[in-house]
Design a binder for this molecule. Structure first.
Ligand SMILES: [Zn+2]
Length: 138
């Protein structure tokens, strides 16, 4: 975990907090907002979207990342995730973030009051499964 904060982190948290208001969470009542900073400087937002078929629900982090990839982004610097309890991303989101962020992507977890902790993907998902583990394509 990295100590301290900067304007970049605070700005991303503010955007994620706003995105959290859009969360569709009629079942868990646990809204999550995310703001992903691409190397281009563009920020992509996400919120969790639940479904009556619970397994089809998707996390805020993956909504933000998939929106960014669909917009043509491939390199990312940081993602802020705001929850009531400063929850870290789930295992699925860690894996998906590792695909694009490698181990250095910053994960900023925060609560609505602005408390934050900063991790890297490598800290939250050490020894991750990556494309390097796949056999060479023929
Ligand atoms: Zn997740």
């Amino acid at each position: 975990m990295i100590e301290g904060s900067s304007r970049k982190e605070e700005d991303l948290i503010a955007v994620a907090l706003e995105a959290r208001k859009k969360a569709y969470v009629p079942y868990s009542h646990f809204p999550v907002g995310a703001a992903l900073l691409a190397e281009s400087g563009q920020v992509y937002t996400g919120c969790n979207v639940e479904n009556a078929s619970y397994g089809l629900s998707i996390c805020a982090e993956r909504v933000a990342l998939f929106k960014a990839v669909a917009a043509g982004e491939r390199q990312f610097e940081a993602i802020a995730v705001v929850t009531e309890t400063m929850a870290t991303p789930c295992g699925s989101c860690r894996q998906v973030l590792a695909e694009f962020g490698e181990s250095e992507l910053q994960i900023i977890v925060a609560d609505p009051e602005g408390q934050m902790e900063i991790y890297t993907v490598g800290e939250l998902l050490p020894a991750s499964f990556t494309a390097q583990h796949l056999p060479p394509s023929t």
